[in-house]
Design a protein around this ligand. Structure first.
Ligand code: HEC
Length: 186
């Protein structure tokens, strides 16, 4: 009967203190509490952040990691098209244009095109003059689409006209490059 009442005041104080201490009583519990209070929430946050940003991560084997693709993505916003700054050196010759864009019809005379090197076919056309021929080549005529259906500068088309004409008995002058012409007039 007297067992519990025999305790010293110090033991009573310790018991009273224990009663208000909450659930953490041993170092193990403390470690567990720290784990659940900090480590798990942080792990959850890291996983959540990972999940949200997983969209922009390149998937394995995707071409986003290609050096070229990366260069394209990090290139500066403004780019310069060097084509527009080109001097006369980059113009293709009449022969090059002919082979690339005109030969399809003019090499064989397809669709009634005056055949390359056929003086008889070209003679009546040559009489109309270079300006008329050039206008036809630039704007199209009959079955011929504008610029022969290709993409070239007017100057290149002019060179192609001269190239074809002069290979069929014409004696046209090589047209002047536009840059040289504007430089000469200044
Ligand atoms: C799709 C076929 C085709 C292509 C490609 C083509 N031509 Fe022609 N070209 C023709 C035909 C068809 C004519 C005859 C048109 C007519 O007189 O009705 C012609 C006629 C011409 C004439 C004579 C025009 C005139 O006034 O009599 C010139 C010059 C000419 N072509 C230049 C070119 C040049 C330069 C190219 C390339 C840049 C080219 N052609 C590409 C079909 C073509």
């Amino acid at each position: 009967m007297s067992g519990t009442h025999d305790q010293s005041p110090a033991t009573h104080a310790a018991e009273a203190h224990d009663a208000h201490e909450g659930p953490i009583k041993t170092p193990k519990q403390l470690i567990a509490a720290v784990f659940f209070a900090f480590v798990i929430p942080i792990a959850v946050l890291v996983l959540a952040a990972n999940y949200v940003s997983s969209d922009v991560k390149p998937a394995a084997g995707s071409d986003i990691t290609d050096a070229e693709a990366v260069a394209a993505r990090i290139q500066p916003v403004g780019t310069i098209d060097l084509k527009d700054m080109s001097g006369p050196a980059v113009f293709r010759t009449g022969e090059e244009i002919f082979k690339a864009q005109c030969a399809a019809c003019h090499a064989t005379g397809t669709l009634g095109a005056p055949k390359f090197g056929d003086a008889d076919a070209w003679a009546p056309r040559l009489k109309t003059g270079f300006d008329t021929l050039l206008h036809s080549a630039l704007k199209g005529k009959g079955a011929m689409p504008p610029q022969g259906g290709g993409e070239a500068s007017d100057y290149e088309i002019a060179r192609a006209v001269v190239y074809m004409a002069n290979n069929a008995g014409g004696k046209l002058e090589e047209p002047k490059a536009p840059v040289a012409a504007s430089a000469a007039s200044q």
